[in-house]
Design a protein around this ligand. Structure first.
Ligand SMILES: [Zn+2]
Length: 378
């Protein structure tokens, strides 16, 4: 989870004018002809979509051409929009470079740093259930392949309908606009107001599954001993021998029922805490765990420079560069915040590192961080 990351630029990406026209034509006409999602069934009436297509294009062969593609309109409609967008290139793919400029190379869900080619343009409201959102920039996030695959088609049409229904009068069916809003409202998203306080890092002993006391988990002498597949063994304060550990995140919704539900939906959909000991295909929790120990190790090194302010600042700058290429902002920033709190003033490593990551003129700048969400006081 990368909650303090925010797409502040509000930029639109380049869609060719002809594509805009066609997209509007198809989607608006679907609405006009009442070819709207049908609850608890397929989302679109394929025959109606095909009739409309013939009418719009004047091509008598077009029904035959497309009818073989999809028995269900839910596949046909997104496919059509893609097809009319010049056919050879996923148009939302054009948003990728804009998204990377605005968000940085991080998965919006698990927060991991991801190399360019593995980052997918992920749709918050999924393509199949909400085709009108296929090309909307505000509906895009960058996601790693694992988060993208777990999230899949959630939120779907039905749960979005139910969520909308719960929050309107319950006397009438929600409109499409309310259903869309319901889908967005049913999760916490990386840009949501509560996200910073909502997911908190903690560490467990993965053998006993017990939480490790936070003051022990934050001890600067802790270190990783071995990493085999997804098993991270570490020397941790309070334990004589190395133990297997995992750094997880959990919700803290402060008694707010709606927020608790949103957080639980988010964690269920993205599964950012899970890992399998004997596999290394999903490295999200493992990399988060390693980053936790790397942060402690950096803070330990930093202490050696405590009496030399110039060297201390150089070390801090190197840490900012390290974290820029690790991601998991939520973990390292919160760890440092707790270990070296703001009330230390000029000696606060947190305040110093904060300056480096939010300065857009510095090479330590971490693209996309919403500075206002990084805490400045204790
Ligand atoms: Zn991810």
């Amino acid at each position: 989870m990368r909650p303090v990351i925010m797409n502040t630029a509000q930029t639109t990406y380049e869609i060719p004018d002809e594509m805009q026209a066609i997209k509007g034509e198809i989607v608006d006409n679907l609405a006009y002809y009442n070819i709207m999602p049908k609850r608890k069934k397929t989302f679109f009436d394929t025959q109606k979509v095909l009739d409309l297509l013939q009418e719009l294009t004047g091509d008598n062969n077009i029904k035959e051409k497309w009818s073989g593609l999809a028995p269900e309109g839910q596949i046909l409609v997104p496919a059509l929009i893609e097809y009319f967008s010049e056919n050879d290139y996923a148009k939302y793919g054009r948003a990728r470079s804009t998204l990377i400029n605005n968000y940085g190379n991080y998965c919006a869900y698990c927060g991991m740093f991801v190399g360019d080619s593995a980052l997918a343009v992920e749709h918050r409201l999924p393509k199949a259930a909400f085709p009108s959102k296929i090309l909307e920039y505000e509906n895009f996030f960058l996601a790693c392949p694992v988060c993208n695959s777990y999230k899949g088609t959630r939120p779907d049409y039905d749960t979005s309908y139910d969520w909308a229904f719960d929050y309107i009068s319950k006397k009438k069916k929600p409109t499409m606009t309310q259903i869309l809003a319901g889908g967005l409202d049913s999760f916490i998203w990386p840009i949501s107001d509560h996200a910073w306080d909502g997911l908190v890092g903690y560490m467990i002993n993965s053998k006993t599954e017990n939480d490790i006391d936070m003051s022990d988990a934050r001890n600067l002498n802790n270190k990783v001993v071995s990493v085999k597949k997804n098993v991270v063994k570490a020397q941790v304060e309070g334990f004589t021998d190395p133990i297997p550990v995992v750094a997880k995140v959990r919700a803290e919704s402060f008694g707010d029922d709606k927020l608790a539900k949103q957080e639980s939906n988010f964690l269920k959909a993205t599964q950012i805490n899970i890992y399998e000991d004997d596999s290394s295909s999903d490295r999200r929790a493992t990399n988060r765990t390693i980053l936790w120990f790397d942060t402690l190790s950096s803070m330990n090194d930093l202490q050696s420079f405590a009496t030399n302010p110039a060297l201390w600042k150089i070390m801090i700058k190197q840490m900012a560069l390290t974290f820029k290429y690790s991601g998991f902002l939520e973990i390292w920033s919160r760890l440092i915040y707790r270990i070296s709190p703001c009330n230390l003033g000029p000696q606060s490593a947190y305040l110093e590192i904060r300056q480096y990551v939010i300065d857009p003129t510095a090479n330590t700048y971490s693209t996309g961080i919403d500075a206002a969400r990084l805490l400045t006081t204790d």
